[in-house]
Design a protein around this ligand. Structure first.
Ligand SMILES: [Fe+2]
Length: 287
């Protein structure tokens, strides 16, 4: 089964009963007409990339919203930072309005400006996000936390953001789990002691990292696994649990993205998390 795209109509029209339930079940929510206008000054950020080119994206993180990876004059960089802060508020408002079940359990993490065409930058296979994958963060173990992402296409020339969406997490995990190396609590402690990871890597983090790599390395799976091409048009906003939904970014430039964290326990159905799906497939709780 391929993850469905669920269009959420504008105010006053009837939409799906619980968007949180749909999301947790592996849907991508697509909002066709939410308002997020750019000022005349800001339109320059969609005309050329204001990025130093060292990292994949420009982003702000933390309470101070320090801008990283940006290029431009001090005035332009201040405006780009302000745009990202405004987008963070937009994403926060969207979550509060459409996913009220999560309440205060949601924490907002990084906000990014993605000005580059995905296929123009030659990446190693591990960093190649055109390959179908679920998100996992190598240096930042997340344990009992979910990764929710809010994306918006801000391309000024009508260019869509192209994604591939893959099969459901459970079907994918069944194929790949038997191939993954076993978890070692000892080496997880070592990685944390050496500060290679920011916290101790749990068995879940271990499995997700190896799933991420095994998926991206398997050319046959990439070519032949169940998948569908989708397009997100400029002005469209979409939301998904990127640790659950198999995706690959195939093209498009100028996008905004907000990452949010949600504890598994705060889900409407914790049993639909990748954490619990993996435990069920293994027939035991994760370490
Ligand atoms: Fe991703």
């Amino acid at each position: 089964m391929i993850s469905p795209i669920l269009t959420v109509p504008g105010a006053g029209q009837a939409g799906p009963a619980s968007l949180a339930e749909a999301l947790e079940g592996g849907a991508v929510l697509m909002f066709p007409d939410l308002d997020f206008p750019l000022s005349p000054f800001e339109t320059r950020f969609t005309e050329r990339p204001f990025a130093d080119g060292k990292a994949k994206n420009v982003n702000i993180r933390g309470k101070t919203a320090t801008l990283r990876g940006a290029a431009g004059t001090p005035e332009e960089q201040a405006a780009l930072r302000a745009l990202l802060i405004r987008y963070r508020e937009f994403a926060k408002g969207l979550i509060a309005r459409y996913l009220p079940e999560y309440g205060t359990a949601i924490t907002l993490a990084g906000t990014s400006y993605r000005p580059f065409d995905v296929d123009r930058r030659k990446m190693s296979w591990r960093r190649d996000d055109t390959r179908l994958h679920v998100d996992a963060f190598p240096s930042n173990p997340i344990g009992e936390t979910r990764i929710l992402r809010v994306f918006r296409n801000i391309n000024p020339e009508g260019q869509p953001r192209l994604w591939r969406i893959g099969e459901d997490f459970g079907s994918m995990a069944e194929k790949f789990l038997p191939r993954l190396p076993g978890y070692s609590p000892l080496s997880a402690r070592l990685l944390a002691a050496l500060r290679i990871t920011k916290a101790k890597r749990s068995e879940y983090d271990h499995l997700m990292l190896h799933l991420h790599d095994a998926l991206k390395q398997d050319a046959d799976y990439q070519a032949h696994a169940p998948q569908a091409d989708v397009q997100f048009q400029p002005g469209e906003t979409w939301v998904t649990f990127s640790d659950l939904v198999m995706h690959g970014a195939m093209g498009g430039r100028y996008m905004l993205e907000q990452t949010a964290y949600l504890p598994v326990a705060a889900q409407t159905h914790p049993d639909r998390s990748p954490q619990r799906i993996l435990a069920r497939k293994l027939g035991r709780p994760l370490q």
